[in-house]
Design a protein around this ligand. Structure first.
Ligand code: AMP
Ligand code: MG
Length: 400
């Protein structure tokens, strides 16, 4: 059996060059991967501006004379103030440019203004330079605002908007063909007969792909026959950057995926030390990368998260790290017998006396998804170890 880390390394060693670059508008760029470093052509904020509604003045005028300061101009956000006349104050609003010559803004709550001018209630409490947001405090002209390989979050998109960029160079989204094998499968919405099961992998995988920012190419179900499987794989390879199948990769007589791939490409069958999982096929169909996942839905979920996703992120041009973010959590359960494979347990995070610990679902069958829905994530139990309550484990949160 191949250890999980080695299987992931082998997959990453076979990542092709990223796809073509296309230009998309900011409004369409969520979760896309930047193809180039982006530098700012502007300075943000462009000028010193007021952080509050109040009065802009020279600090020295304030300390010299605490009587009335005439109000010489009114500056609203977006307007261009004239230089501040000595011995006067400017009425100013949040975000408005501070007039040249003014160096301090006093909040309106700390002032009284009438026809005679402005009186600051407690001038000794005002510090020089107060309430001014400095030019360039956010982004300097020429600064790197987002690096190539960044997967754009709403925060990145907001920042790129703030420097005035409208069109962004991104990699075309990878297309991933999804094929479900199995004569026992019927589609949701259809009547099912004895022994048949509903196709869940198809929807699970398409959802996982969309959530991660890839484009699923849903090719439905394929019968357990060599010619049908071969025809479906050939179509899938033409339509996508990666072909994913579920089921049919074991060594049973009804498992035709391996033979069908071998007809028009290369194939390695790995026995990965992963639970749930284990049989994992990797190769190509007419030059298009191919991965054959197990049939059991929770094995599909785990092998997708641990093995397929890092490959996809790297192939999409994303910067590393490509594996899921790991946190450390304490076990609220025991594992008495060491396993031969690295196990990914469906767990919930639960409050306990020491803070939080992980609670394991009592049923970890690879065939069931209800425990995966109950769970907040996966706890990793390496091969050959036992776990006592309170031991620290690696935890992978589903929503990350
Ligand atoms: P296989 O590797 O083809 O023998 O499949 C292993 C197990 O996964 C069998 O119990 C299948 O019925 C089940 N299975 C395979 N494909 C799907 C699917 N698309 N949806 C739900 N269960 C599946
Ligand atoms: Mg099957």
């Amino acid at each position: 059996m191949i250890p999980v880390t080695e299987a992931v390394e082998r997959l990453l060693a076979a990542v092709p060059a990223p796809p073509e670059v296309e230009s998309v508008h900011l409004a369409m760029a969520l979760h896309r991967v930047l193809a180039q470093d982006l530098h700012s052509t502007v300075t943000v904020p462009p000028r010193d501006n007021s952080a509050v509604d109040g009065y802009a003045l020279r600090y020295q005028d304030l300390s010299a004379d605490s009587s009335h300061l005439p109000v010489s101009q009114r500056v609203v956000a977006g307007s261009r103030p004239s230089p501040l006349a000595a011995g006067t104050a400017a009425r100013i609003f949040t975000g408005a440019s501070v007039p040249e010559g003014a160096d301090t803004v006093v909040m309106q709550e700390d002032c009284v203004a009438d026809e005679a001018g402005l009186v600051v209630s407690a001038p000794e409490a005002v510090s020089p330079g107060a309430n001014i947001r400095r030019r360039g405090q956010d982004v300097e002209q020429g600064a790197l605002v987002a690096a190539a390989g960044t997967r754009l979050s709403p925060r990145h998109i907001g920042l790129l908007g703030s420097v005035g960029l409208a069109q962004l160079p991104v990699f075309r989204r990878l297309r991933v063909a999804v094929l479900s094998t199995g004569d026992e499968l019927v589609e949701p919405g259809e009547p099912s007969h004895d022994g048949q099961i509903y196709n869940s992998n198809r929807y699970l995988l398409c959802g996982l792909l969309s959530q991660a920012g890839f484009e699923p190419v849903d090719l439905g179900r394929v019968e357990d026959r060599l010619d049908a499987t071969h025809a479906a794989l050939t179509r899938a390879a033409e339509a996508a950057d990666l072909v994913l199948t579920t089921g049919g990769v074991s060594v049973g007589e009804e498992d035709h995926v391996r033979a069908a791939v071998a007809l028009s490409g290369t194939l390695d069958l790995w026995r990965v030390a992963i639970k749930p999982g284990k049989p994992f096929a990797f190769g190509d169909v007419n030059g298009t990368p191919f991965m054959g996942l197990p049939g059991n839905p929770s094995a599909v979920l785990v092998t997708f998260m641990i093995m397929v996703l890092p490959w996809l992120k790297a192939a999409q041009g994303m910067a590393p790290p490509w594996s899921l973010r790991e946190t450390r959590m304490r076990a609220g359960f025991t594992v008495e017998r060491p396993g031969r494979r690295q196990e990914y347990l469906r767990v919930q995070v639960e409050a306990d006396a020491g803070g939080e610990c992980l609670r394991r679902h009592p049923n970890q069958s690879s065939g069931m998804l209800s425990s995966a829905c109950w769970a907040h994530g996966l706890a990793v139990v390496p091969a050959g170890v036992t776990v006592a309550e309170g031991d620290w484990l690696t935890f992978l949160r589903f929503d990350e």
